[in-house]
Design a protein around this ligand. Structure first.
Ligand code: AMP
Ligand code: ZN
Length: 484
């Protein structure tokens, strides 16, 4: 699969060619662990999961990292207020973050570096920057000099010409129209503030420094892809670029920057500071399940703003049910035995699939993903194909063998969606009832062979009254399903 990704830095869709397809380096900005993540944050983490799954489907081997920001102003403030250490404070929130990801079937990444475990890497990076003459000191804190760097603003496309020389920021976040030098290392200001004694002085890192240093720590180089929510583009990612390119001017820091748009509530960005947020637990407590939430958050294009609504969670359930119902129907036809087919069956299948509508449907699904991870486009093709599948099954055009190739199709789809069930659910019929239905079907076949059509019709009627529909397939077999 040849992916085209929209690179925020160039404002263009570009073909994706990782430096090493056997190790695609992807770094994503992760959570600040001071509370439960809200589902806006979770949208950006699900985007990382979709990217990972698509890369795998495309035959790449991802080597992914997501950092855990376990030190910042808020964390220090709140741990001091609670009278506990930073570690004690962040531990349960870090655990809650992984619990949330687990409940949404997000795949585990290769690395989750923590800021507090990467301090020496941050100190090394500041030394590199000092060596390049890009750092100055003021009242014990160290700042990055934007003017000395001279290449600032290339990622977020901001104009720095009006910038006041020597104006500085200690805060982690600030606005685009007020560009100033940003802090690399914050001098310790009070006794109870968490700090590290390093040869930069006693203090702690600035937030932006963390990601640049952790990328270096994990990969020893730059990365193929860097992701984050769009709110991180400036200043966070601009500052990451400045630090990393400043320290290693001869190397490319990031080849492709991907930014996920915001989740909105009533047209406004969901955020803790606005108070217009829901955590995953809030949504669960209203009776919605993790599949509905995952589907809602992944089914829009990652570069489109998405309005969160409970009505859309309901719609998500219906959409997902449509996919699952068809898959379950196929699995029931196969009696969940498709895994037991032998090698020669698969060989025949492969030939069959290669020029069937299944192979077209697989290509349609993949081509959506290749187009800048356009999952809505891929899903559109799935719903179209569902119609075709059901028509063919209803008319008895497709037999069990076609159904096996359909299972492959659904496995490909689900390798990205992560939402379907392939296991046999608890049957609503007991084994004895199922055996009885099979026996009726055998008797009906016999009656038809003896041209006793009245008896055959009688058996069909009996089963219909019991809520069972019979489907005669062209290969001579008969399938049955529960009438919904
Ligand atoms: P934080 O824990 O605040 O550092 O944020 C973690 C991730 O969530 C970052 O990539 C943010 O850009 C992203 N994020 C924050 N708010 C939203 C939102 N409303 N919609 C989508 N992503 C968001
Ligand atoms: Zn970051």
């Amino acid at each position: 699969m040849l992916f085209q990704f929209y690179n925020t830095k160039t404002h263009k869709k570009e073909p994706f060619h990782p430096k090493d397809p056997g190790r695609v380096k992807v770094y994503s900005c992760g959570p600040t662990v001071y509370n439960f993540a809200h589902i806006g944050n979770i949208r950006s983490f699900l985007f990382v999961d979709i990217l990972r799954r698509a890369l795998k489907l495309g035959g790449f081997v991802p080597d992914q990292s997501m950092n855990i920001t376990d030190i910042d102003d808020k964390i220090i403030r709140e741990s001091i207020a609670k009278g506990i250490s930073v570690e004690e404070f962040t531990k349960p929130w870090t655990a809650a973050f992984f619990e949330d990801l687990n409940s949404l079937n997000v795949q585990t990444l290769e690395h989750y570096p923590k800021a507090t475990e990467s301090i020496s890497d941050m100190v090394d990076l500041v030394h590199k920057l000092q060596h390049q003459g890009l750092v100055y000191e003021k009242e014990g804190s160290l700042y990055f000099s934007i003017q000395k760097f001279g290449n600032y603003g290339k990622l977020s496309h901001i104009d720095v010409s009006g910038m006041k020389s020597g104006a500085r920021y200690d805060a982690d976040e600030y606005e685009k129209d007020d560009v100033r030098d940003f802090v690399l290392w914050k001098n310790k200001k009070s006794e109870d503030e968490k700090s590290w004694d390093t040869d930069l002085g006693s203090g702690r890192p600035g937030w932006h420094l963390e990601c640049s240093a952790m990328i270096r720590k994990v990969y020893g180089s730059g990365v193929d892809i860097h992701t984050g929510g769009i709110d991180l583009l400036f200043p966070h990612h601009e500052n990451e670029e400045a630090q990393s390119q400043g320290a290693y001017p001869e190397e490319e820091f990031v080849t492709t920057w991907l930014h996920c748009e915001h989740l909105l509530v009533d047209g406004e960005k969901m955020s803790k500071s606005k108070g217009n947020f829901y955590t995953l637990r809030d949504v669960f407590s209203k009776g919605y399940d993790s599949k509905q939430i995952r589907y809602h958050l992944i089914s829009s294009h990652y570069r489109s703003k998405l309005n969160f609504s409970f009505a859309k969670l309901e719609e998500s359930k219906q959409a997902l049910d449509r996919i699952q119902t068809t898959l379950t129907r196929i699995l029931e036809i196969l009696n969940y035995d498709w895994e037991k087919l032998d090698g020669s069956d698969f060989q025949k299948l492969r030939e069959k699939i290669s020029h069937s509508s299944v192979s077209n449907a697989v290509s349609e699904f993949e081509s959506g993903l290749c187009d800048d991870l356009n999952l809505p486009k891929s899903l559109g093709s799935v719903f179209e194909f569902l119609r075709e599948i059901n028509q063919n099954l209803d008319s008895g055009n497709w037999s069990a063998k076609e159904c096996v190739s359909l299972v492959y199709y659904f496995q490909i789809v689900d390798s990205v969606l992560g939402l379907l069930e392939f296991e046999k659910p608890e049957s609503t019929f007991s084994a004895a009832e199922e055996a009885e239905i099979e026996d009726f079907i055998r008797q009906r076949k016999e009656a038809k062979a003896n041209k006793d059509f009245a008896k055959a019709d009688e058996i069909r009627k009996t089963l219909t009254e019991r809520g069972i529909q019979l489907i005669d397939v062209k290969d001579g077999s008969t399938q049955w399903k529960k009438i919904q």
